[in-house]
Design a protein around this ligand. Structure first.
Ligand SMILES: CC(C)(COP(=O)(O)OP(=O)(O)OC[C@H]1O[C@@H](n2cnc3c(N)ncnc32)[C@H](O)[C@@H]1OP(=O)(O)O)[C@@H](O)C(=O)NCCC(=O)NCCS
Length: 219
């Protein structure tokens, strides 16, 4: 947990923002921040404001330690000005070592370093967990979110086109990934390596890469 002075909204006096683990009494503030984006933007694909009862289980899942965490940013009056989570990616058991991360700042507090504070704190909190990959999906365009994720070592792996319909439009979602620990891997070639043994980290057959794109003859 740490505090940092950030410029106030619209260039007003600075505000001390602290980040800590979220708890049940934060839920109203979390949803106030989130529902602004639900109702007015495509950055989340929820289409109707989320009610407290719908998130009770979510809150429990994210506040008992382990892989799934919730961090909140609060101003001196204990108002929620942002939150970030690591959440299950997909329900099948083998996906358990992958988490999906999300971050939302109160609309009048964006671009003031709070998203970065939240992600630093979130990633620190899960550093010792049994997590291999973190992934994030970003509805395009969202330059602030793309910038934040790149700064935190996420690499864009691809874009799903027109996968969500909201406000009568179809939206593209860019997916980003990074390992929890260690440097971000270099950009992959089109050859898919053989599977990695989860225990030893060794490839089962180092020479068994599968070509996914046709070989282009040299000119
Ligand atoms: C995306 C979001 C979480 C980023 O948090 P933030 O507090 O605004 O970001 P920070 O101030 O920590 O800035 C991180 C970097 O992104 C840049 N950035 C932030 N907003 C930006 C914007 N609108 N356009 C371009 N760059 C932006 C910052 O300049 C900074 O880069 P720098 O250090 O090189 O200057 C926040 O803007 C937000 O809540 N947006 C609406 C909800 C949302 O889109 N959530 C993400 C869903 S995928």
């Amino acid at each position: 947990m740490f505090g940092r002075a950030i410029p106030g909204p619209k260039g007003g006096s600075s505000t001390e923002v602290r980040v800590r683990a979220g708890r049940s009494r934060d839920l109203a503030g979390i949803l106030e921040v989130y529902n602004h984006y639900v109702e007015r933007t495509p950055v989340t694909f929820e289409v109707a404001p989320v009610q407290r009862e719908e998130r009770a289980e979510w809150l429990r899942e994210h506040s008992s330690g382990g892989r799934y965490r919730l961090m909140v940013a609060i101003d001196p009056s204990d108002r929620i000005v942002g939150w970030a989570t690591s959440s299950p990616f997909r329900p099948r058991a083998a996906y358990a070592t992958t988490v999906e991360t999300s971050v939302y700042c109160r609309a009048e507090f964006v671009h003031r370093g709070i998203g970065s504070q939240l992600y630093s704190s979130l990633f620190e909190s899960i550093r010792g967990e049994d997590i291999e990959r973190m992934v994030a999906g970003i509805t395009l365009p969202n330059p602030g979110s793309v910038r934040l994720h790149r700064q935190f070592g996420f690499r864009r792996v691809g874009t799903f086109h027109r996968v969500g319909r909201k406000f009568g439009c179809y939206w593209d979602v860019a997916w980003f990934e990074r390992p929890l620990r260690g440097p971000t891997p270099p950009a992959r070639s089109s050859s898919v390596p053989a599977p990695v043994d989860a225990r030893t980290g060794a490839r089962s057959d180092p020479g068994a890469g599968i070509r996914t794109s046709p070989q282009v003859p040299a000119a």
